[in-house]
Design a protein around this ligand. Structure first.
Ligand SMILES: [Mn+2]
Length: 415
């Protein structure tokens, strides 16, 4: 008998950062959270799963319209074909107080209460599912502590939306520890909230399946659900199965001291190719980062666009992989450079830029000169180009650009 555990579906989450990805099938990608859920239901049907467990954050927050809820109902109703039952809880993103709309769910779907942990017993399956929904977005108490004791003679499963690992990337909601869960007496903890898949314990099982579909460049790698195999009421295996329809990856390449741009592009190509090979035919959105100590540093810092365009062309040639962002973290090799007769000029320029870093007023006087340009450009830029904090952050890049124009290289690597 199979039980499928998923969490953090975030159906209809607005996938961030798609607008700037040149040439990517954005409309298709926007439907990815829905398509991944459809794939999950397909899997339940294919495996004739007896039970589907959804550990919170089914929705991303308040729906824009009813279609989000109707889609969910339509997909769940397909499970009637095999008689699968569904038990779900609400997480911080779809807490009772967050969703003002709701749709009636089919009879085979149970949403566990928010005021107190409760238990659903499936006599025919020999399974007891315990769990509690969130009342509000921010639940600070340790909910697991008040979960019912295990029922003897059943496979006991705890459904919980929690930060059990002290993850700083996620709100510290319903915090608990793995040790506490392990000691509770259940056979399997079906967790949600942390979006990275992780098996925290195998005896008993404590599992984050991670989210079903990555939603932005920080949610990289394979995403999916956990498939639990039960034999005679005992869990015999747990397998992580990929469900994502589009995948975010991080591709890195290191430039070397030879300063050979073609070799660097070749390394990027190999990285993109390897990512595609591991994606099982899924379209990929790749964040590309170029690092390494290289004489190319100044040229890349001053004029990244031609290099970025070449990488986009390589990706287009390889197939369904789109660079989402191409960033540079290169440094100069660091050997001393003979500046010749420009030495004084370069020294003065560098001193001036360093002084500006610590002197917002002086920086402000430079920016006055930019005012007429800023007036027209601000509308088309993400932030005001004359924001002193922003300009201060750009000073190292400005230095690289100016020094490269002078044919000089800064003597300190990484500046
Ligand atoms: Mn979530």
């Amino acid at each position: 008998m199979r039980v499928i555990h998923a969490a953090d579906l975030h159906i209809d989450s607005p996938l961030r950062g798609l607008g700037r990805i040149e040439g990517a099938p954005v409309d298709q990608i926007r439907l990815a959270t829905r398509m991944a859920f459809r794939r999950l239901i397909d899997r339940c049907l294919d495996e004739s799963a007896a039970l589907l467990l959804l550990a919170g954050d089914v929705f991303d927050g308040e729906w824009r319209d009813f279609n989000t809820g109707l889609f969910f109902v339509r997909e769940l109703s397909r499970l009637r074909e095999t008689g699968a039952r569904v038990v779900m809880i609400r997480g911080n993103h779809d807490a009772d107080s967050v969703l003002s709309r709701s749709v009636p769910l089919p009879d085979h779907v149970t949403t566990l209460a928010a005021d107190l942990a409760e238990t659903v017993v499936f006599e025919d399956l020999g399974v007891a599912v315990h769990g509690q929904s969130y009342v509000t977005r921010s639940v600070e108490e340790n909910l697991a502590r008040a979960y019912p004791a295990p029922l003897s003679g059943y496979c006991n499963i705890g459904l919980l939306h929690t930060n059990a690992v002290g993850s700083a990337d996620h709100g510290n909601y319903a915090p608990c520890t793995v040790g506490q869960l392990v000691g509770h007496g259940y056979d399997y903890w079906a967790l949600g909230h942390v979006h990275r898949r992780e098996i925290l314990s195998r005896a008993p099982w404590v599992v984050y399946p991670g989210n079903l579909q990555g939603r932005h460049a920080k949610e990289t790698g394979a995403k999916g659900c956990a498939v639990i195999e039960l034999e005679d009421g005992q869990i015999s295996s747990v397998e992580q199965v990929d469900m994502d329809v589009v995948r975010w990856v991080h591709v890195t390449a290191a430039a070397d001291a030879t300063g050979d741009a073609e070799a660097l592009l070749e390394e990027v190509r190999r990285g993109l190719q390897a990512a595609l090979a591991g994606a099982d035919g899924r379209p990929l959105l790749a964040r590309v980062t170029i690092g390494g100590k290289t004489p190319l540093h100044d040229a890349l810092a001053a004029h990244p666009e031609p290099f970025q365009a070449k990488i986009r062309a390589i990706a287009a040639d390889l197939g369904e992989i789109w660079p989402e962002k191409i960033g540079f973290a290169t440094e100069l090799p660091g050997e001393a450079v003979d500046l010749g007769e420009r030495v004084e000029l370069v020294r003065a320029l560098r001193a001036e830029l360093r002084a500006l870093e610590g002197d917002p007023a002086a920086l402000g006087r430079y920016l006055e000169g930019l005012a007429p340009l800023v007036q027209g450009a601000a509308l088309h830029l993400e932030g005001r180009p004359d924001d002193p904090a922003r300009v201060a952050r750009l000073l190292p890049a400005i230095e690289s650009l100016l020094l490269s124009k002078l044919g000089a290289a800064p003597s300190e690597p990484g500046r």
